[in-house]
Write a protein that binds this ligand. Structure first.
Ligand SMILES: CC(C)(COP(=O)(O)OP(=O)(O)OC[C@H]1O[C@@H](n2cnc3c(N)ncnc32)[C@H](O)[C@@H]1OP(=O)(O)O)[C@@H](O)C(=O)NCCC(=O)NCCS
Length: 171
């Protein structure tokens, strides 16, 4: 496959970036439907940008835009030292539908992994896949994640499913 040029840019919350981020959510409606049963809402970007796990501070939250051909085509939300000091937690990793299956996700993940590997004490990356979105599992397996065996109930509006926990050991 021909090498494609993907870049990550740390978002700072400016209006142009937030408009792009909202567009990316709107360009991935299948994902929203699978995990919420609904179409993306009008303030998805703002809620994702401001959402923090309990007990964490914004110093440990990083929201990246994924750029391809100078256009934002995806986004990543990653939390440092969560839920343990040794773990980086991917809260969201999403590519606009029209750019899926073109190698953008794998290229973006490799860049992210490079950043995370430089975080002191970080030994693994964790995430949870909602079982109604199990189409994402092959992607995570492909980049090296394995299921931990932990599953917890997941509920959103009318969706009742499970969160499937996955981890990637960095070293
Ligand atoms: C999952 C996601 C991030 C993958 O990104 P992507 O850019 O489409 O993936 P890539 O093109 O880099 O795929 C890399 C490899 O992963 C695997 N893969 C990716 N999507 C797949 C799918 N839908 N079904 C089966 N395998 C898949 C394939 O092995 C693929 O290699 P190939 O195309 O040469 O066969 C993207 O589809 C997405 O954003 N989905 C909606 C949001 C989402 O579900 N995020 C994950 C939440 S846990």
């Amino acid at each position: 496959m021909e090498a494609i040029e993907v870049r990550l840019h740390l978002l700072e919350g400016g209006q142009v970036e937030m408009d792009d981020l909202q567009r990316v959510f709107e360009e991935a409606p299948d994902f929203a439907r699978r995990v919420t049963g609904l179409l993306p809402g009008q303030s998805e970007a703002q809620s994702m940008y401001s959402m923090l796990p309990e007990g964490k501070l914004y110093d440990d939250k990083f929201v990246y835009g994924i750029y391809f051909d100078r256009k934002m085509v995806g986004c990543i939300d990653v939390i440092r030292d969560f839920p343990t000091k040794e773990t980086a937690w991917i809260g969201l990793f999403m590519i606009s539908e029209k750019y899926q299956r073109r190698g953008v996700g794998i290229a973006a993940f490799n860049i992210l992994r490079n950043y995370i590997e430089k975080w002191p004490n970080c030994e693994r990356v964790g995430l949870a896949v909602v079982s109604t979105n199990d189409v994402a599992l092959p992607f995570w397996r492909k980049v090296g994640f394995q299921e931990t065996g932990k599953r917890t109930p997941y509920k959103y509006d009318r969706i009742e499913a499970e969160s499937i926990f996955m981890e990637l050991e960095l070293y």
